[in-house]
Design a protein around this ligand. Structure first.
Ligand code: UN1
Length: 512
């Protein structure tokens, strides 16, 4: 009898110790070869999540007393370890969530960049001295850690996006409980190990593998028991609104980074080849599974036909398939993403014209794609789709697709384009292709988006600019750069009167 191949069994880490495998097994598979098991995961329950928050609470006391520059050194060490293990970590990302290897390397680089930025922040974490309205009185402000941060993340950016929360939260002196996507558990485990090796103490970072229902219940328990001070969540708009509701009941404002229906406006004076290249990457890179992926290209009517012709040609020529090869995109991340995308394809209606591929749906031997790299039948590979003629009456225009599909709509005036761009009510990322500064600034002012790109793709944010959205894309919170410090610290003010008298604010103010 041959013994079955051994795959790792991943268990949660609470208070620095691996918990015993429990009764809820989960199999994380490779979306390029679904028969390949990447990890067996032992899912925890709601009570375990609350327990992890309790462990975090206990560990935070000592961590908050570590001077910020020393916490910065731990973050710097983490960044070095991530760089040293860049290829290995990127391979796990490509194998477990199907992201092309070149993109996975970029994703890992984003963690190193985040660590580089925040290690320095350990030496800054500034407060202020503020002038008082009274003599011999000093005013100060200080940043204090919030306490315990619960981080719940999706698996499309299984290591970089979690690091946007974990790294600054730790630097600011918080303890963290991280609930990664269970279908990206091997990625999470690899990142956890690197952070632990860098010197993050046990209990200061906890990892809990759990499914959706147990996570909500666990958060409810922990929030109710006063064990969580901030929730950071990246995922769908629907899940984000549930998390927001939970937090609101406990007077907390979470950091929410949700979906997008990101528009690209191609003005009449645009550099057309550049716009087509941008649409190809933004729409189909990562198989459209970024929150910043392109949703609808809104193209000036004078360029509409030519834009479509060129984009169709570029999409048809792009290699798709095995993400370890040089491809534009690989598989959808997992079965639930494939099911979701099948529904999205059902939104294509009689008023639409489809371009980009000979077929829509799964790429198979019966519905092949020329130049496919690898074995299409082995994984969750989908044809790219360009749908022309979408408008505000269409679900495809209004809702996030999270797959390799974009809509195209023509426009006449800039104001009409901006109205179309804002219509779905998201507000994450938006781009405009033009050579005219007046168009750029009018677009920037009027567009409801946290991030605006000019002559560039909607996706591909840098790690030190504020990242986040408005409307259905989030609650206005921002990650990255110095702006995220406001998520993970609270301001405390202090006044110190050394006049030797009771000076009453507002009442004892001297005039000249
Ligand atoms: C996400 O999909 O949740 O701007 C984040 C980008 C990436 C981050 C996307 N750096 O496309």
């Amino acid at each position: 009898m041959s013994s079955p191949a051994r795959t790792p069994v991943l268990t949660s880490v609470i208070g620095g110790a691996r918990v015993a495998a429990g009764p809820r097994p989960y199999r994380s598979t490779n979306p390029s070869r679904t028969a390949d098991t990447v990890a067996e995961v032992s899912l925890a329950g709601a009570a375990d999540l609350a327990e992890a928050c309790r462990a975090a609470r206990a560990a935070q006391d000592a961590w908050r007393d570590v001077p910020p520059p020393v916490r910065g050194q731990v973050v710097a060490a983490a960044g070095r370890l991530v760089e040293e293990n860049k290829a290995a970590l990127a391979r796990v990302v490509t194998r477990e969530v199907g992201k092309p290897y070149a993109e996975a390397l970029g994703e890992v680089q984003e963690i190193a960049d985040t660590c580089a930025f925040f290690s320095g922040e350990g030496r800054r974490l500034y407060g202020h001295t503020v002038p008082s309205e009274m003599p011999d009185k000093e005013l100060f402000t200080y940043r204090d850690p919030v306490g315990v941060v619960a981080v719940v993340t999706a698996g499309n950016f299984p290591v970089a996006v979690p690091s946007w929360y974990i790294v600054p939260a730790l630097l600011c002196g918080n303890a963290v409980v991280w609930k990664p996507a269970e279908y990206a558990a091997a990625c999470a485990d690899a990142l956890y190990e690197l952070l632990a090796h860098a010197g993050v103490p046990g209990g200061v970072l906890n990892v809990v593998y759990a499914d959706g229902p147990e996570t909500y219940q666990g958060l409810e328990l922990a929030l109710g028991a006063g064990l969580v001070d901030k929730v950071g969540f990246t995922g769908s708009t629907e899940a984000g609104s549930r998390i927001g509701e939970l937090c609101g009941r406990h007077l907390q404002s979470p950091c929410l980074e949700l979906g997008g229906k990101n528009p690209m406006v191609v003005a009449a004076d645009a550099d057309l080849p550049l716009a087509v290249e941008g649409a190809l990457f933004a729409g189909f890179g990562t198989a459209g599974q970024r929150c910043t992926s392109l949703g609808t290209a809104i193209v000036h009517e004078s360029l509409h036909g030519e834009f479509l012709r060129r984009l169709d040609e570029a999409v048809r020529a792009a290699p798709v398939g095995d993400p370890f090869q040089d491809v534009l995109y690989g598989p959808l991340i997992g079965e639930r993403f494939a099911d979701g995308f099948e529904k999205v394809l059902g939104w294509i209606g009689p008023g639409h014209t489809v371009h980009g591929s000979p077929a829509t749906g799964r790429i198979t031997a019966a519905a092949p794609r020329a130049g496919f790299v690898g074995d299409p039948e082995a994984g969750l590979f989908y044809h790219p789709v360009i749908v022309d003629g979408v408008g505000p009456g269409d679900e495809l225009f209004q809702r996030e697709a999270f797959g390799p599909v974009i809509g195209v709509a023509p426009y006449r005036t800039l104001d009409e384009a901006i109205e179309l761009a804002n219509a779905p009510g998201y507000g994450l990322s938006a781009s405009v292709y033009t050579r005219d500064p007046a168009t750029v600034f009018r677009f920037r002012r009027r567009i409801s988006a946290g991030m605006v790109s000019v002559n560039n793709s909607t996706s591909g944010a840098e790690a030190h600019l504020p990242f986040g959205g408005n409307g259905r894309s989030g609650n206005g919170s921002r990650q990255s750069g110095v702006w995220v410090l406001d998520q993970f610290t609270r301001w405390q003010s202090m006044n110190w009167d050394h006049s030797g008298r009771l000076q009453k604010a507002q009442m004892d103010v001297r005039t000249v």
